[in-house]
Design a protein. Sequence first.
Length: 367
Amino acid sequence: MVVLQKRRLGRTNLEASQVGFGGTWISELPISGAIAVVRRAFDLGINYFDTAKLDGDSEEKIGASLQGVRDQCIIATKTGSRTKQGSIEDVQSSLRRLKTDHLDIIQLHGIDDEKTLDKAMGPNGSLKTCKEAQKQGLVNFIGITGHKPRILVKAVESGEFDTVLVPINVVTRQALEELVPIAKANDVGVVAMKPFSAKTSNLITCLYQPSLSLISQEPELKALLGESADEMVRSALRYVLSNDVSVVIPGLSSLNEVEVAEIVGKEYTSLSSEEKQHFSFHLGNYCRDCGQCLPCPQNVNVPAILRFHNLDQTYGLKVWANKLYNGLEVKADKCAENCDECESRCPYQLSIKNKLQKAHQNTETEF
């Protein structure tokens, strides 16, 4: 009998199902529906469950769902607090909501800039609380989450974290270049989130029309991932699993989603030569979405525009990229010619103004 495969989660030495359970969306389900979905995932072999205090009542539902099988599961939750006192309260409340006497992994949540990282790792920061909870047996391992691989590299190199949670998908590859090799060298387990979302971490001015989900009716995305939703999910998950990650955690909220994810986790071994070729793209000197260029005096959302430009130029998703670009309130033509603030702050020394100009010209000439 073929079972869902497991991978070693870095130096934790935990054996985690290579496809895990992202608990964000079960907060939208009634308790009975959530329990049915979570228990189905467990019954099919998924043993890694990721949740957070900030995800509505996800913790309560996962806690209720895993009663009786808790010791067979890996539960990873998060503290969004940056201070010692706030994170103490987070750990205690998570233990209560999850109905458990310990957390397998507590993660410092949403660490996306150096100032926040320094505060969280400081003498009165949340890391200190997590380490004290670890000594008390309330927490087994400590992780960190964020959207900025450059910041997470610094965290991993500190030696303080056992796992790192970061977005990775077919059009979001920054972590593969910057973070994953460093994590591997330090034996830190990599957990991939957002396998189906092209959202940038600072995309606050977009009207979100069309959807930023990779699983959509956009013809170009179907050409990239597959005609049906199930095919698209399978392709997207297979791509992520082809990299040096321990677990990928799609957000699951239905029995069908769980069953499709389980099939991928059960059948995946490696990409075929055709798949490798299909998913091979030359990234060039692209924007890594680090956010150092912001704020822009003209309120141009530089990383979002460069992300959409990359979707067009690198991945050939021209129509979709154009729709996303046109959803922005401020376009690239608002960039001031005599302003060099973004380029002076870019750690990758990109010719940002030139790229913005090309992004706007492509939109005007091609569509």
